[in-house]
Write a protein that binds this ligand. Sequence first.
Ligand SMILES: NC(=[NH2+])NCCC[C@H](N)C(=O)O
Length: 298
Amino acid sequence: MAQLITAADQLDFGIDDIPSMPLPTKVLMVRPLHYTVDYVINPHMADQVGKVDTIQAHNEWELVRNLFDQIGIEVRIIEDQDGLPDMVFCANQSLPYIDKEGNRHAIMSIMHADQRKKEVPYIEQWYRQNGYEVHFLDENKIEDFEGCGDAIWHTGRRLLWGGYGFRSSHKAYEAICETFEVPVITLELVDESFYHLDTCFCVLDEHTALIYPDAFTEEGLNLIHNLFDEVIEASKYEAVELFACNASCPDGRNVIIQQGCTDVNKKLRDAGFAVHEVSTYEFLKSGGSVFCMKMLLW
Ligand SMILES: NC(=[NH2+])NCCC[C@H](N)C(=O)O
């Protein structure tokens, strides 16, 4: 079953056929002491260089942290590094996994932008200190891969969704599929404003996803609709300006999301989710929100 799936006609399983995987119980967060917008590597950062209010950013980060804590997720914290202003976005430097025996693994990223490459060893060190087996992709064969920014676990199942096109190469998923022995469904990203899969695709529970449809190809949308019974769509405004799809729903019930996503939040509540709004305005300036500000762990 460990296959790479790029088109809906390759799907020979339903979600219930995929072995289950425990839900994450922890998050790693990186305290943003050196967070700024210093360079432009995605469209959201244009015009934002030097415009981050550092104190406000730290306050917002604390509130995000409190919300994870409140919904029962244990928060682990490390500090960021001087000269690495994007390190707070700790969804990007790795992809963790728990195998069927309960052993923990992490594949380290190959960051697309030179400015972010030095973040990876700090996260690797944390994994080593916390009993994870660390794996590397072959840099001679794979150009880039930005961890859980693009690679997203299906809630409760040993199935990975892999976005590619801007920050991660399709080739990375061949290697990940082999290393973790899980099926990977790849989704091409076509709009630069949605440069990571986590900007336009959020798995809410086993049967429900929140997406921004125009960020995908028709084939991608087919794949998503094939595996999810319910697909909630975000409007352009809430997806681009408020990063609605960059929400996080670690337990299949509580959704932590940027403040003001009125339309999406109504749809989430109608579908039975508990919505927790939080301001991440200072992080939106860098092209990130709740999902990017943490790494889900077991
Ligand atoms: N998973 C995410 N979308 N992370 C946000 C990363 C933001 C960061 N400024 C970058 O462009 O790399």
